[in-house]
Design a protein around this ligand. Structure first.
Ligand code: PRP
Length: 221
């Protein structure tokens, strides 16, 4: 680690649904930077006065940046942590971004029991979670990894089943899909690189404390 790495705290934020609530929460405890926006073409945004550096990553890549120490800390969904299985410290459940990971099928393909879906194809952004789930149920399936718009797959015959996250349920409904099982649920987590947590313990642990105090005061409102 270079001295300039020690001087700055690098915070990774994911593009997508968690970006705004994450950036807003960190701003409330004093961690922000001019021009920090999901739509920024600039991917590294620095606050020189506070020695803070933000990096904006693709959601699925965020744990990799933190695991390798390219970012000291970050905010990411538990769903992504479970899928990516990276070696990072999970320091705090930030409680926002609640979603459920479910198995869904087109209404017309609904079967009586889960085992009736054996040998069918499953489209998902979460191949490890899907594989583990069907394996634990003793059901053999073919997992097809996609990068988004998963609901499209059953409509065009790419797969019969999807494993995806559900927040409001609107996307499933609008695509005539019905939920047949829930695998787990997730919220946003505050994570840290293992070495950074030791080397920058003072700064990172103060952030965790400040976040806890803020969350308690907001919950009491
Ligand atoms: C997520 C998820 C569903 C949708 C669920 O996709 O994959 O498609 O949100 O939300 P809802 O239950 O509130 O409708 P996201 O918007 O992250 O985009 P993606 O499909 O391109 O990954």
């Amino acid at each position: 680690m270079t001295s300039s790495d020690m001087e700055y705290l690098t915070i990774a934020l994911p593009k997508g649904k968690l970006f705004k609530p994450s950036a807003d929460l960190l701003a409330k405890i004093g961690y922000t930077a001019d021009g920090l926006s999901e739509n920024s073409r600039k991917l590294v945004i620095t606050n020189e006065a506070e020695k803070i550096r933000f990096i904006i990553t693709k959601t699925a890549d965020l744990p990799t940046y933190v695991e390798y120490g390219a970012a000291d800390i970050g905010v990411i969904g538990k769903d992504v942590l479970l899928e990516e299985g990276k070696d990072v410290y999970e320091l705090l459940d930030l409680k926002f971004g609640y979603c459920r990971m479910v198995v869904a099928v087109p209404q017309a393909l609904k079967q009586e029991k889960l085992s009736d879906y054996a040998h069918m194809r499953v489209a998902t952004k979460y191949p490890h979670i899907a594989e583990r789930f069907f394996h634990s149920m003793g059901i053999q399936t073919e997992i097809i990894k996609l990068n988004g718009s998963i609901e499209l797959a059953p409509m065009v015959g790419l797969a019969e089943i999807i494993v995806d996250i559900v927040e409001t349920g609107r996307t499933l409904k609008e695509n005539q899909l019905v939920e047949i099982a829930q695998i787990n649920h997730a919220t946003a987590r505050f994570i840290a690189n293992r070495v950074s947590f030791k080397m920058k313990f003072g700064r990172i642990s103060k952030m965790v404390e400040d976040l806890k105090v803020l969350m308690e005061s907001e919950a009491a409102k």
